[in-house]
Write a protein that binds this ligand. Structure first.
Ligand SMILES: *[C@@H]1O[C@H](CO)[C@@H](O)[C@H](O)[C@H]1NC(C)=O
Ligand SMILES: [Cu+2]
Ligand SMILES: [Zn+2]
Length: 243
């Protein structure tokens, strides 16, 4: 199977690299990249799918855990946001499910919305500043990046959300494993800000906190699912009492 994969990749590479770079290649670069991505992803899915079917075990689910820490470049007066972001991918190529669990937002930010994105590098050596721009493997505009998760409301200093159908992937050529999740001080304008930055990063403001997406076993996800259910129940109960 491996020689087959190599042969396919070689064909794809030759098909795209063999054209005359000096003439119309520039014009079609974006289309080429997208086309090549589709082919490589297809090959990847076929290979991983076969591995899962034969001997790889019946469960091809992937899990990651990302421990959010305040950016090292913030001063002490800034909000110290901490928490956990978990992803789950039930099969290669499937959309992601996620838990976002953050706390440490200041009281005056009650009701505010905060952008969360996947950034290119899992490098936190200069706090969240060294995680680079939005992860953008297809060279498209914001908010079409795979890690453009939009806005999350803060309530009483914390943010917790279960989301499904996220376009990012934990496998394949555009996996977000090893890259960073960044929590911003501001709201994402979702590309409607009317300036160039809006189409790059949504003008979401300072980087408050971040983490590196790392593979994990299923245990953190199971714990969080339980915690999420119990918290929802508690909130419902307190709302009933208040009513
Ligand atoms: C924060 O806002 C929520 C409604 O979004 C409200 O129920 C809650 O009482 C507010 N908390 C504080 C501390 O103002
Ligand atoms: Cu961001
Ligand atoms: Zn983006």
């Amino acid at each position: 199977m491996l020689p087959l994969l190599c042969a396919c990749l070689l064909l794809v590479a030759r098909a795209s690299g063999g054209s005359d770079v000096s003439s119309d290649a520039h014009f079609n670069t974006e289309e080429h990249i997208r086309d090549m991505h589709a082919k490589v992803t297809e090959i990847w899915q076929e290979v991983t799918g076969r591995q899962a079917a034969g001997g790889g075990g019946p469960d091809a689910t992937l899990y990651t855990a990302c421990h959010v820490r305040p950016s090292a470049t913030l001063d002490a007066s800034e909000p110290q946001v901490t928490g956990l972001v978990l992803f789950r991918q039930l099969a290669p190529g499937a959309r992601l499910d996620a838990f976002f669990e953050l706390e440490g937002f200041p009281a005056e930010s009650n009701g505010s919305s905060h952008a969360i994105h996947v950034h290119q590098f899992g490098d936190m050596s200069q706090g969240c500043e060294s995680t680079g721009p939005h992860y953008n493997p297809l060279g498209v505009q914001h908010p079409q990046h795979p890690g453009d998760f939009g806005n999350f409301p803060v309530r009483d200093g914390s943010l917790w959300k279960y989301r499904t159908g996220l376009a990012a992937s934990l496998s394949g050529p555009h996996s977000i494993v090893g890259r960073a999740v960044v929590v911003h001080a501001g709201e994402d304008d979702l590309g409607r800000g009317g300036n160039p930055a809006s189409l790059e990063n949504g003008n979401a403001g300072r980087r408050l906190a971040c983490c590196v997406v790392g593979l994990s076993g299923p245990a953190p996800w199971a714990r969080q699912a339980l915690e999420h259910t119990e918290r929802k129940k508690r909130r419902r109960e307190s709302e009933c009492k208040a009513a």
